[in-house]
Design a protein around this ligand. Structure first.
Ligand SMILES: N[C@@H](CCC(=O)N[C@@H](CS)C(=O)NCC(=O)O)C(=O)O
Length: 256
């Protein structure tokens, strides 16, 4: 049986949860509580030494990197039609996902933690939090949690993150003005991978993603959010049923 190690159904975890629910395959979910630093424990590090979710375990192999997991699932369950399987369609799907990862994963890590995680961590005991962060065994992740704990996001980092969101939204508007979906003429993992980020960003930076500036993107977001599989996946939130939470992740420490 497929097993999925995931956190709240936001960003990267949401991608894999949505794919699994779209496919309708049975899987065993393991909720990894990032706010309790469970992903830095020995059990989880044995699954993924980079200490990040999601991790999909199948046939004894642990798969990481959510966009690639989406591809793996689309390919493994072709009958779910989650990707175009002609060479050009596949290329375009990968291009979208890669572009979204470069631009939105890092921006979401910055803007989302600044908006949500800072407030959550502010309620923690200061000494305990500092000790827990100092003990994080993955250096790039330590810096992400430190930023949120101390709320020391530089102006450049924030400006650059916002610029990247704008870039993506402009490109999405161009595409979605004439097409229902991001790649080809059907819903695919390109939409799922992107939706998982844009879904949150519309709440995090409503001045950049809204019905006035990005009407096509917002209509596309609603179309996807209404899909039964997406509703099921998004309803799996335990601590934050509104989806209003974010963890640093590796990308903003690497790419800003
Ligand atoms: N490139 C990775 C990024 C995964 C990622 O950023 N995961 C976040 C949760 S959304 C995480 O595990 N964060 C742990 C942390 O920040 O310590 C992917 O696509 O799977």
């Amino acid at each position: 049986m497929i097993e999925l190690y995931h956190w709240e159904p936001v960003s990267h975890s949401a991608r894999t949860l949505i794919c699994l629910h779209e496919i309708g395959v049975e899987y065993q979910g393991h909720y990894v509580d990032l706010l309790e630093f469970e992903h830095f424990g020995a059990d989880f590090l044995a699954l993924n030494r980079l200490a990040q979710v999601p991790v999909l375990r199948t046939n004894g192999v642990c798969l990481t990197e959510s966009a690639l997991i989406s591809e793996y699932l689309a390919e493994s369950f072709r009958s779910a039609a989650l990707a175009p399987f002609d060479a050009l369609g596949w290329y375009r799907t990968q291009t979208w996902s890669k572009w979204i990862d470069y631009n939105l994963s890092s921006s979401l890590g910055t803007l989302g933690t600044r908006k949500y995680l800072v407030a959550v961590l502010a309620n923690r005991d200061r000494d305990d939090l500092e000790k827990a962060i100092a003990a994080i065994p993955v250096a790039e992740r330590r810096s992400g949690w430190e930023l949120a704990a101390k709320n020391t996001y530089g102006e450049d980092l924030v400006t650059n993150s916002r610029r990247k969101v704008e870039l993506v939204v402009q490109r999405m508007e161009q595409r979605l003005a004439e097409n229902q979906w991001l790649v080809g003429d059907a819903y695919s993992i390109a939409d799922i991978n992107t939706f998982a980020m844009i879904h949150s960003l519309a709440d995090i930076v409503p001045d950049l993603v809204n019905t006035r500036i990005s009407p096509h993107t917002m209509a596309w977001r609603s179309r996807i959010a209404e899909r039964p599989a997406v509703r099921e996946a998004l309803a799996l939130g335990r601590r934050f049923p509104t989806g209003r939470i974010c963890a640093p992740g590796p990308e903003h420490s690497r790419w800003g």
